[in-house]
Design a protein around this ligand. Structure first.
Ligand SMILES: Cc1cc2nc3c(=O)[nH]c(=O)nc-3n(C[C@H](O)[C@H](O)[C@H](O)COP(=O)(O)O)c2cc1C
Length: 177
């Protein structure tokens, strides 16, 4: 019984959120956090919760083009330099039917109608791939005018930790029976 957090991150903000979510999950379940290029496409038996997240680019999931644009803007090498969550979800399948899963993104602080959100696309693809979504997707917010690598709105890491703990609580309870 364990959880797996898979993230994509250009400048490090989504990675920090993924790590905080994992800290929250770890209060209830053993958890591993992996960058998307290292993530298995066959989710092993024993993974009772999959959490997937990445940055919002051009109102949705990253593409080859938006990642290239991020690289041009970056002041240091990107964390995720290969393909993204969009491409990984074309191949990722649960080995155990209906493995519980949840999606998150990072996006600019503002109305979602203006910023867009990658998490909806992640959630749709997770469902099509045969995962069972547990709860609504979640956005964690960044400041638009902030140092690239340190742009999270205050309080978002604590919120991410709480979200991770809330996702894992019912799974721990079910597994313990
Ligand atoms: C090419 C590009 C396009 C972006 N488009 C959007 C967007 O449409 N909406 C939004 O809220 N944020 C947008 N952003 C901001 C990203 O969401 C932000 O850089 C990201 O959440 C930071 O996470 P990271 O450090 O893990 O990459 C964009 C960023 C880049 C580099």
């Amino acid at each position: 019984m364990s959880a797996l957090v898979v993230y994509e991150s250009m400048f490090g903000n989504t990675k920090r959120v993924a790590d905080a979510i994992a800290d929250g999950i770890a209060e209830h379940l053993p958890v591993e956090t992996v960058e998307v290029s290292e993530a298995p496409t066959e989710i092993p038996v024993g993974v009772e919760l999959l959490v997937v997240g990445g940055p919002t680019h051009v109102h949705g999931m990253t593409t080859v083009r938006t990642r290239a644009s991020a690289a041009l803007r970056a002041t240091s090498p990107l964390l995720s330099r290969g393909s993204g969550i969009r491409e990984w979800l074309e191949k990722a399948r649960p080995k155990m039917k209906a493995t519980p899963a949840a999606a998150f993104d990072t996006r600019i602080n503002g109305p979602a109608i203006l910023t867009g959100s990658a998490a909806g696309g992640f959630a749709r693809r997770l469902r099509s791939a045969g995962f069972r979504l547990v709860g609504p997707s979640r956005s964690f917010l960044i400041r638009s005018k902030a140092p690239q690598e340190d742009a999270l709105v205050e309080g978002e890491l604590a919120a991410a930790r709480a979200w991770g703990a809330a996702l894992a609580t019912p799974i721990e309870a079910k597994v313990r029976g």
